[in-house]
Each structure stands twice: as C-alpha cells, then as structure tokens.
Design a protein around this ligand. Sequence first.
Ligand code: TYM
Length: 315
Amino acid sequence: MAKKIALSGVKPTGAPHIGNYFGAMKQFVELQDEYDFYAFIADYHALNFIQNAEEMKENIIGVLLDYLAIGLDPKKVTIFKQSDISEHTELAWIFDTITTMPYLKRAHAFKDAEAKSKEISVGTFNYPMLMAADILLYDADVVPVGSDQKQHVEYARDTAEKFNRIFGETFKLPEAMILKDVATVPGTDGQKMSKSYGNTIPLFAEPDEIKKCVMGIVTDSGDGIPKNVYAIHNLLRPASELLPIYESKSGKYKELKEMLIEDLENFIAPMREKRKKLAEDVPGALAILRAGGEKAKKTASNKMTEVRKRIGVEL
Ligand code: TYM
C-alpha cells in the first residue's frame, strides 16, 4: 500500500529556535519512516522578509544543514527548495484568480501587519496562496506545523475545495497535524517564541548563548514555581519528573535555571556538533538539495499538467 504523504516547510529567515523544533521540525523526523515526506525550504516566502542576496543564500544553506542535523534522512525524505520548482509560483497565480481579496484580508498574518501599520507587500498579502500551492501540488495528506500555521493550512483546504468545485476533482484536501502540548512553544518572556519578538532560544545555540537566554527568562511566579522557566523545561522533561523538582526547589530560581541550562546543553550539543560537521561539506549538502529538487520537480510537473488540462490552457 502506498504511504500517505506529509509535507512541511521552514522559511530561511535566520537561525531556527526550539519553538520551530518542538512545534514542527521534530515531527518531521518522527514521521519520515511512516510517510512519504517532503521537507522544503520556503525561500520565496522568505523573500518577503530577506531582501539581500548574501543573507538569503546563507539562510537557505542554513535550513538545509538544520534539516540534516536534526536527523532527516535524504534517503527517506525529499528535501528541496521552493524556488527550484517553478510550479509553486505558477499554481499560486492560478489560485489568485479564484480567490477574493476579502477572504485573504482575514489572514492573521495580514491583519497583524496591518495592525502594526506596516507597508504590506503583495507577496505578504498572497502568502497563503503560495502556501496552498506548496501543499496541494504534492497531494499532501498531512501538514505537520505549529499552531500559528493552522489558518494557512485551512486556506489550502478551502482553496482545494474551491478549485475542485469549479474545475473538477483535482486536489486532495490536506489536514494540519499539530501536537497539542507544543502547538505554541513559549519564548523567554512567556509570549509565543518568535524571531520577531527577540525571545528565542536558538536550536543550535552555543553554551554561552544558552546561558544568556536562560538567565534572561522572565521569572514570573505566584506560587514559587517560575512559570516561564518551567514551560521551557517541560519541553525536555515530563511533568511527572519536573514538578517534584520544582516544588522542592520552590523560589530557588537561580538553581532551577542552572538545571535548565544543563538540560538544554545536553539536548542541543549532539545536534550542534553534527551540524558543524555537516557545515564542513556544503557541496555535499547542496547535492542532496539538487537530488531532492529533481524528484519534487517530477511530482509537481505531473500535477501541473493535470491542472493545466483542467483549466483549459493545455491544447
Ligand atoms: P516558519 O518558518 O515561520 O516556522 C517553521 C515551523 O515552526 C513552527 N513554529 C512554532 N511552533 C510552535 N511554537 C512556536 N513558538 C513556533 N514558532 C514557529 C511553525 O508553525 C512552522 O511549522 N509559512 C510557514 C512555512 C511554509 C510552510 C509551507 C509550512 C511555507 N509553505 C507549506 C507548511 C506547509 C512558516 O512561515 O513557517
């Protein structure tokens, strides 16, 4: 029996953090045996944020190394970058033509940008349509993501339904796969961990960086248990183990933070060292990206042939 298809992506906008890992990337590794998995680098999405060629290149290679360092096996997973498969942007255009502006104006990311009175690029506005194309081109059954991407997967589903209604059954309806306990990993200030809030713990942090981040965690506690320290610690150890420790060390924030630093270092160090080794052979990593791109291209171009027939431009 054919395996189900899973697909997800990460934007190359800078160093990933433990929120990206526990919310999404860890699942990629766990799902790679059971699913036919596509893990890609969403570089055209990142172009809304990174408009500097050197930085973009560095970040793309960065995500590629991250994927390999967390344990994605290129024999099992198709690793590619969005910009290598022009079908993504082609399909996004087709989706634009069946999508209304009021519908896209309801997107959280758009509303947030508008609330901050930022100048909003057309690319930011259309972001959900490119993401719908990413997902639907590969007939993904599931999309493992953190909860901030839930609405985007719903956009993909709605768009698939709308296309199917207008042009006939073409796209599979995808489901978001969101892990309840880590749907939103909190940052060092208790808000959602996010690069844009400056409250992250980088996934490949060096020991002094881990220390600095943990010492900066805002300690807010009513009952002697520092909530924000505990929430991050709980990513690494179950509550059954952690609660008795936090209760016995009630109010001893420094000691608890030191314990968290040690646990984070033990968790991060093996991946960090593996990433350093991988970084010594960037051409080898790029060869993996090229091979993944060739495989993804075949699937995407077959799907686009079907789409072109459906809409009547294939003569
Ligand atoms: P990106 O690059 O912002 O984030 C990558 C993944 O990390 C998850 N994440 C979190 N999960 C839990 N807690 C947090 N604090 C946290 N911060 C980030 C995100 O939910 C995401 O799963 N639009 C996507 C990239 C994308 C994509 C796709 C994903 C483009 N096309 C198609 C899936 C399918 C994004 O910006 O992710």
